[in-house]
Design a protein around this ligand. Structure first.
Ligand SMILES: [Mg+2]
Length: 107
C-alpha cells in the first residue's frame, strides 16, 4: 500500500485492516491538533453514522473509513448525503490508498 505508514499494514495478511487504518488516521488527526470522536461500540447506535468526527475550529470533518475493498452501506450513503448538504461540514470516505489525501484533509 503506497504511502500508508508501515505500522498500519498487518504483518500477517499484508493488508491494512479497518482497525489499523482507523488508528492511523486517529493518530495523525491528534498529532495535527484535531479533537477526535469515535463510537467505540456502535451496536446500539443509529446505523450509518460516520466512523470519525474531527473538530478543529473552524473545521468539522466527518470521515467514513473503509478497507481498500470495503463498500458503503445504504445507511452510510444516506448519512453522508445528508452531511454533504450542510454548508461548512466536510465529509469524506477514506481508504488506505487515500492516505496522501487524508493527510491533506487533516493539514
Ligand atoms: Mg467504516
Amino acid at each position: 500500500m503506497p504511502g500508508v505508514p508501515a505500522h498500519a499494514i498487518d504483518p500477517v495478511s499484508g493488508v491494512v485492516t479497518e482497525k489499523q487504518w482507523q488508528q492511523t488516521v486517529l493518530d495523525a488527526a491528534q498529532l495535527l491538533g484535531w479533537w477526535t470522536y469515535h463510537t467505540y461500540d456502535s451496536r446500539r447506535s443509529t446505523p450509518g453514522f460516520p466512523d470519525l468526527v474531527l473538530i478543529r475550529p473552524p473545521r468539522v470533518l466527518f470521515l467514513e473509513l473503509k478497507r481498500e475493498t470495503g463498500r458503503l452501506t445504504v445507511a452510510q450513503r444516506e448519512v453522508l448525503g445528508l452531511l454533504d448538504g450542510c454548508p461548512g461540514v466536510e465529509t469524506h470516505v477514506a481508504r488506505p490508498s487515500d492516505w496522501p489525501q487524508v493527510v491533506e484533509w487533516l493539514s
